[in-house]
Design a protein around this ligand. Sequence first.
Ligand SMILES: Cc1cc2nc3c(=O)[nH]c(=O)nc-3n(C[C@H](O)[C@H](O)[C@H](O)COP(=O)(O)OP(=O)(O)OC[C@H]3O[C@@H](n4cnc5c(N)ncnc54)[C@H](O)[C@@H]3O)c2cc1C
Length: 169
Amino acid sequence: MGHQACQPTEGATVDGVSTLVEALRQRLPADRLIIDPDVTATYAHDEAEWAPHVPPAAVVRARSAEDVQQVVLICLDAGVPVVTRGAGTGLSGGANAVDGCVVVSLEAMDAILRIDELERCAVVQPGVVNDHLRAAAAEKGLWYPPDPASSPWSTIGAMSPPMPAACVA
Ligand SMILES: Cc1cc2nc3c(=O)[nH]c(=O)nc-3n(C[C@H](O)[C@H](O)[C@H](O)COP(=O)(O)OP(=O)(O)OC[C@H]3O[C@@H](n4cnc5c(N)ncnc54)[C@H](O)[C@@H]3O)c2cc1C
């Protein structure tokens, strides 16, 4: 059985940006999309300013899983890279924007949906700040252990792959 190698995606070209932005505008609620260059520039890099970065073609401040799905579908169709961003405290440039990309900021998806004391499981959105989850768990007599020095700002979504301490909705 053969397999296809993953091709690197290229960012939207100057002509492609307006088509991309129009597609995002049509399929997302109005308050999600940011294209003001003064604002998109603030999403160009995380704390690794030394690493390569450029202003993204657009920023989407997602508020739901459906918002994220729409962005991914549109960018897949357009061959445009998507860069996911939590609080942007990363030190290795993982959230740095690449040429012509769309940055999806998950900061506004910050709801703690459920903490199950019996199962010791929290169901949260990916933008929940680590310290906020720790405080909510403590109210139930539970301990949320991940404790980076950035925990007052950093989000669980950026930590969840190596640390399955919670279910991210
Ligand atoms: C003062 C300071 C102290 C720090 N202390 C520590 C420490 O003690 N230990 C430590 O390990 N790190 C530390 N860091 C680094 C950083 O805070 C952590 O890596 C943190 O987990 C990043 O969280 P974030 O929400 O800021 O993620 P971001 O910087 O926004 O993103 C980090 C990476 O995760 C990806 N990502 C973000 N959200 C999601 C998601 N929902 N789904 C999939 N991928 C996602 C991004 O694309 C990027 O690659 C520190 C940073 C600072 C500035």
